[in-house]
Ligand binder design. Structure first.
Ligand code: NAD
Ligand code: LMR
Length: 338
């Protein structure tokens, strides 16, 4: 760490002690991949979250600059930067929540699965660090392909003897955010008033919006249903193509990640009735992992809700989703088995 970061650390330590003495509530949160396209706005938004007392920013590049920048924001969280693998353990020790947006993003023409070869190894290494340094932390996994990286994380934790399925959550919140936005556009309503459950996984046909269960209750023509389902399933590709080689969704993803992390922190604090969609270890279908609505609590996932009544269009979509998901999950599991 540079001298600058050391100085930052010592003055921040006084603030941290001061908060602790005053009994200020607050959680310790680490972002792994904090200097990236998602990581930077995510770090900024987490620094603004009053539930965060300590924010650790870890990456293999550029964390001194990002940390210096974010640490000047006059909000309560103490910020520390960690650079390179030799500082991973310090970054993770004592964390309550670890958010992982580390890894390469798509370029036009690629699928999320094309990222597997690079991102699988990154996620494995980071999760080995979590097992060792903060095995009780809640993990929010963003790195793609989520349908495979979550099973990879689970296998790493199993190998280390630290696996608690309630604490490992694949972040599918961006699908819900998009679904709320696109449905609101069609209905001519405010997206903040819309709640669309999106189940399955986080890639193409595995993203299954349940438009028959939108709140407030509403109905769509077949044409609207097909348009909305396709737009939600291809939302990521829409952004990848618009960015034309400069990456994938970062700003909407940082927004979605913070929305999800905030729900996890409120649940850790003991708030009741915190319900979100996430890709988790599940018995809702015959697959070992599946995204659906879950209730979050002090231990992470405390209840997984069944899918509820599906219409014929959704039942067909579910079969397609499960077929693709099964292969992606197996690919993740066998990567760690190797
Ligand atoms: P990016 O390339 O801008 O940033 C990734 C960061 O990860 C970089 O700063 C890089 O240095 C860092 N990194 C690489 N190897 C690392 C390691 N071993 N340890 C720590 N950090 C490491 O990419 P991005 O746009 O921020 O996207 C990151 C990932 O998130 C991609 O895999 C992308 O596909 C995924 N993503 C997921 C969702 C979702 O809904 N779950 C949405 C958008 C993007
Ligand atoms: C998204 O949905 O935006 C992300 O999964 C990134 C991508 O590759 O589409």
């Amino acid at each position: 760490r540079t001298n600058n970061l050391k100085m930052e650390g010592s003055s921040n330590l006084r603030l941290e002690n001061c908060r602790a003495k005053g009994g200020s509530p607050g959680f310790k949160v680490a972002i792994l991949g904090a200097a990236g396209g998602i990581g930077q706005p995510l770090a900024m938004l987490m620094k603004m979250n009053p539930l965060v007392s300590v924010l650790h920013l870890y990456d293999v590049v550029n964390t001194p600059g990002v940390t210096a920048d974010i640490s000047h924001m006059d909000t309560g969280a103490v910020v520390r930067g960690f650079l390179g693998q030799q500082q991973l353990e310090d970054a993770l020790t004592g964390m309550d929540l670890v958010i992982i947006p580390a890894g390469v993003p798509r370029k036009p023409g690629m699928t999320r699965d094309d990222l597997f070869n690079i991102n699988a190894g990154i996620v494995r290494t980071l999760c080995e660090g979590i097992s060792k340094c903060c095995p009780k932390a809640i993990v929010n996994l963003i790195s793609n392909p989520v349908n495979s990286t979550v099973p990879i994380a689970a296998e790493v934790f199993k190998k280390a003897g630290t696996y608690d399925p309630r604490r490992l959550l694949g972040v599918t919140m961006l699908d819900v955010v998009r679904a709320n936005t696109f449905v609101a556009e069609v209905l001519g309503l405010d997206p903040r008033d819309i709640d669309v459950p999106v189940v399955g996984g986080h890639a193409g046909v595995t993203i299954l919006p349940l438009l028959s269960q939108v709140k407030p209750p509403c109905s769509f023509t077949q044409q609207e249903t097909e348009y909305l389902t396709s737009r939600i399933q291809n939302g990521g590709t829409e952004v990848v193509e618009a960015k034309a080689g400069a990456g994938s969704a970062t700003l909407s993803m940082a927004y979605a990640a913070v929305k999800f992390a905030d729900a996890c922190l409120r649940a850790l604090r003991g708030d009741a009735g915190v319900i979100e969609c996430a890709f988790v270890s599940s018995q809702v279908t015959e697959l070992p992992f599946f995204a659906s609505r879950v209730r979050l609590g002090r231990n992470g996932v405390e209840e997984i809700y069944p899918l509820g009544p599906l219409n014929e269009y959704e039942r067909v979509g579910l079969e397609k989703a499960k077929k693709e998901l099964a292969g992606s999950i197996e690919k993740g599991v066998s990567f760690v088995g190797k």
